[in-house]
Write a protein that binds this ligand. Structure first.
Ligand code: UDX
Length: 436
């Protein structure tokens, strides 16, 4: 008999995990306190954009294995409970807000049947699992907690869940490991590496991985600053260092930097936790990683001023891209949208387009202008900013777009457009970290 699973928190991580585990043949109950979200998911509608996930959700609901509810009592049938709620950055601090995770543990605890296992997947500061075990056991003394960090990337959520490059489990006993091996058996059969760790190490793996990725991006963006100062080309530099297998060629795309719901808040929460642990010096470099990242946004605004004028009030600026990366409608801490908002605050008339993130972007910054197509977006613009590297922007015909704008000036904030094509069509093309 396959264990029955519950997934607590049906946001990005939870909805993906629930649909994917159902696709592996498990009966899965998704629970969330947000009734609007549960209604939407129950109808087979995804509250966000993720390639292929809505189709998978519908298939799994139709199979009868996947159901959603706001009622925690329903999880009393389940054997394994995955905690997938968010841990956003706190309002006035770098630290993570743990109220949702603690709330989820308190809501689950009264409904646990004997022998069931609670498994945290949310990204948490090291030491949280131990604290949560105490909260759990105060209500359900026999209950057991394991930690199983999730490494999924938006845009590749299904692939990363069903074919992850590793599975990491933090456990305190063999039984918990056996249960998790049973649940992940179909994924382990693919040869996926399995790492058993203690609770603190499993919590740290996630933030260490994200810190490393953030460091790679800020490293190449720091090199972009040097290339600009010295007349070098960061794209060639990245290619050249990337051939060294110790460095690798991934995550060396220079541009306006990282954003999204994970990398920025995870490195900040990691620094905050290190300080609590008295080990802040060890992560001092992450402050610089964050600063380099935010500086990339400021550098784009400086370039806009140098190409137009210090005073932006009479200028029309077209921004192509609002999502923090392509194949996503997520605008959380999006560098593209942040730049658009800063230019608007500086007095420019800013019009934004994004293939998928229009509604969330509009909700976040209602005072910006939004255009339904990239052509409408650039109409009569004094400058075009390419800030999220959607495929449709790479396919733009620069000659056609030149007839739409007031001045053919473009900044490629992602080093993703074909510069030769744009300059041949008569555009003044500025790329970050390259000779301009
Ligand atoms: C990230 C981690 O990759 C994932 O493992 C973790 O589970 C959650 O956080 P995600 O936020 O989906 O995933 O985005 P990712 O693909 O890592 O990109 C993060 C940001 O870095 C994006 O804004 C992207 O545009 C930027 N980026 C990425 C660069 O600027 N340059 C690069 O070379 C790569």
């Amino acid at each position: 008999m396959k264990p029955v699973l519950s997934v607590i928190g049906t946001g990005y991580l939870g909805a993906t995990h629930a649909a994917c585990m159902s696709s592996l043949g498990f009966t899965v109950i998704g629970v969330d306190s947000d009734s609007a979200k549960i209604d939407q998911l129950s109808r087979g509608e995804l509250p966000f954009y993720e390639p292929g996930l809505e189709e998978l959700l519908r298939q799994q609901i139709a199979s009868g294995r996947l159901t959603f509810s706001t009622d925690f009592a329903i999880i009393s049938n389940a054997d394994v409970h995955f905690i997938c709620v968010g841990t956003p950055q706190k309002e006035n601090s770098l630290a993570a807000d743990l109220s949702f995770v603690k709330g989820a543990i308190a809501s689950v605890a009264p409904h646990l049947k004997s022998g069931s296992l609670v498994v945290g997947k949310s990204t948490v500061p090291v030491g949280t699992a131990q604290e949560l075990t105490a909260i759990l056991r105060a209500i359900a003394p026999q209950a057991d907690l394991a930690w199983n960090p999730e490494f999924l990337r938006e845009g590749f959520a299904i692939e990363d869940t069903l074919r992850p490059n590793r599975l990491v489990v933090g456990v305190t006993n063999d039984r918990a490991e056996h249960i998790l091996k049973d649940v992940y058996a179909p994924i382990l059969e693919l040869g996926t590496p399995w790492i058993r760790a203690d609770l603190p190490t499993s919590e740290l793996v996630k933030v260490a991985a994200n810190s490393f990725l953030a460091t790679k991006i800020s490293f190449i963006n720091a090199m972009a600053e040097i290339c600009e100062a010295a007349g070098g080309d960061v794209t060639v530099l990245a290619q050249a260092i990337g051939y060294d297998p110790r460095i690798g060629n991934k995550f060396l795309q220079a541009g306006i930097g990282f954003g999204g719901g994970c990398l920025p808040k995870d490195i900040r929460a990691f620094m905050a936790r290190a300080e609590e642990l008295g080990a802040e010096q060890a992560l001092e470099f992450l402050r610089e990683i964050d600063a380099i990242n935010l500086r990339a946004r400021a550098r784009v605004i400086d370039v806009v001023r140098s190409m137009l004028s210090a005073d932006l009030t009479s200028y029309k600026i077209a921004v192509l891209g609002a999502a923090f990366k392509p194949e996503s409608d997520d605008v959380r801490d999006s560098p593209a949208l942040d730049i658009a908002a800063q230019l608007h605050a500086a007095g420019a008339t800013v019009t934004v387009h994004d293939p998928k993130a229009m509604a969330p972007a509009q909700k976040r910054f209602p005072t910006l202008n939004f255009a339904q197509s990239s052509q409408d977006c650039v109409a009569d613009a004094d400058i075009v900013l390419h800030l999220t590297e959607w495929k449709e922007y790479r396919e733009i015909d620069p000659s056609l777009f030149k007839t739409l704008v007031k001045r053919p000036l473009i900044i490629d904030g992602r080093n993703a457009l074909d510069r030769a094509k744009w300059t041949a069509a008569g555009w003044t093309f500025h790329a970050l970290g390259r000779k301009n």
